[in-house]
Design a protein around this ligand. Structure first.
Ligand code: SF4
Length: 465
């Protein structure tokens, strides 16, 4: 699974911002590895540099140094809409009659196909297949009609259905926006001379900035010498709906999202997994890296020894989806190698953050068995995923999700584990520490915080990984 993107926006009173944006993107690399880009504005011109690959590959020769200006935005991308092409990389930039615009977007617009058709029928031409270009056209259209950028954003917020955290550079204005439900995270930080907004607070730590607060759901913030905050229509009346999966898997454990420390949430997940699914065993171990903190939580609560039975090769990028079980095992072994001496003859509690299709879990179980594990008890920090995500997480279609049509006992059999225990939704909500009514749990319940696209099959074909 991959999230769709990380964004940064920065303004400095007295210096260039491209370096700070670059380091911020580095810290957000886990949110997208397909492309990276930065746009800056120096009071006269807008400059953009973007390319395919990791931040370190795109900006491999200090080539962000040509990006002049004291305000700018940055983006790392993993696609759920649009193919992995340079045209679809971000920031998305465009010229219009009064200047330049650059947009960095994290999220997914459910009605983007319909909006795009409407814009095309008005004669607007598209160069990419991304939601961000749809937002860009809408913004230019509304801004040209109203002459007021805040009003233009307020107007388009009434048209956009879905999730969006945005960093926008429109001529001399740096603006950050969070959708009315706050599905995707967006936080605000500062140093003595710089104000920075980013998808996660880890982007602040790397440049020595301190987190001020989260951008509020439904907030439009103009960042300049001072911060000016505006509201979208209906802000405050729309229930929040923060993505629970950010806490379980996507966000870095050293981030603080909407007031909750992700590391603490994951320790709690391990603790509650033990309380709900205790079983006799010799050792608890994680599927690295994302389940490490939950496995530590399980170990602390149970008193069981924490160990590493699998070592992750951190230098493997994306691999093709392998056609046969044997090939899939090779792909898993490339990423995870077992430590036989830790596993042989042992009863293992294997903690994972989630099970989506089940193919990786099954291959891992086979690897552990071959390395000598006597019993494998899988404990999963996320309740069964029964339905796809429509807000920017590339999971799978409904029929590909193992829990969409199988109960726990059937999944246990398919994966070949001795026992399987999922964290309950009630405990997950306690672990996160945000009220149930303020969390999105759509992929766990099939009940989503927005209307869904009319043509789900067409939408899935366009958006799923
Ligand atoms: S459907 Fe699931 S993954 Fe998608 S936003 Fe909601 S909780 Fe997050």
């Amino acid at each position: 699974m991959q999230d769709k993107c990380g964004i940064v926006g920065a303004y400095s009173e007295n210096g260039e911002v491209s370096g700070q944006i670059y380091y911020g993107l580095y810290a957000l690399q886990h949110r997208g590895q397909e492309s990276a880009g930065i746009s800056t504005y120096d009071g006269k011109d807008m400059s953009t540099y973007k390319g395919m690959g990791l931040v370190c590959d795109v900006f491999n020769d200090g080539n962000f140094e040509g990006l002049k200006g004291n305000k700018g935005i940055g983006h790392v991308r993993y696609s759920t809409t649009g193919k992995s092409l340079i045209e679809n990389s971000q920031p998305f930039i465009s010229e219009y009659e009064s200047g330049h615009i650059a947009i960095a977007h994290n999220g997914d617009i459910l009605n983007s196909m319909q909006l795009r058709k409407e814009l095309e029928s008005e004669g607007r031409i598209f160069y990419s297949t991304t939601d961000s270009e749809v937002i860009c056209h809408l913004l230019i259209k509304e801004y040209s009609e109203t002459g007021d950028i805040v009003r233009a954003i307020q107007n388009i917020s009434e048209k956009l259905k879905g999730s969006y955290s945005l960093a926008i550079l429109i001529n001399d204005d740096l603006i950050v926006v969070r959708d009315p439900m706050g599905i995707k995270p967006l936080a605000l930080g500062k140093t003595d001379h710089t104000i920075i907004a980013a998808s996660e607070s880890v982007a602040f730590d790397v440049i020595g900035a301190e987190k001020i607060r989260d951008v509020e759901p439904g907030e439009i913030l103009i960042i300049n010498d001072e911060l000016k905050s505006y509201s979208m229509p209906g802000k405050g009346n729309t229930p929040r709906s923060h993505c629970m999966f950010e806490y379980v898997y996507f966000a870095r454990p050293d981030s603080i999202l909407d007031g909750r420390n992700v590391y603490d949430v994951r320790l709690n997940i391990g603790k509650y997994l033990y309380r709900e699914h205790d079983v006799e065993a010799d050792m608890v171990m994680p599927v690295p890296d994302s389940a490490i903190t939950a496995a530590i939580g399980y170990s602390r609560e149970s008193g069981l020894t924490y160990g590493e039975g699998l070592i992750k090769n951190r230098y493997v990028g994306r691999t093709f989806i392998m056609p046969t079980q044997e090939d899939r095992e090779t792909s898993v072994k490339l990423k995870m190698n077992p430590i036989r001496s830790e596993l042989e003859g042992k009863r293992i509690i294997l903690v994972d953050d989630s099970v989506v299709r089940g193919t990786t879990s099954k291959a891992l179980v086979d690897v552990l068995r071959k390395a000598g594990a006597k019993e494998i008890h899988l404990r999963v920090g996320c309740p069964p995923i029964i339905s796809p995500c429509y807000y920017g997480i590339a999971m799978a279609t409904k029929k590909e999700l193992i829990a969409s049509d199988k109960d726990v006992k059937e999944i246990e059999r398919v994966l070949g584990v001795d026992s399987l225990g999922y964290l309950s939704i009630e405990s997950l909500i306690k672990c996160i520490g945000i009220e149930k009514e303020q969390l999105c749990t759509g992929c766990l319940t099939g009940e989503y915080p927005t209307e869904l696209p009319e043509n789900i099959e067409e939408y899935e074909a366009d958006h799923c990984c």
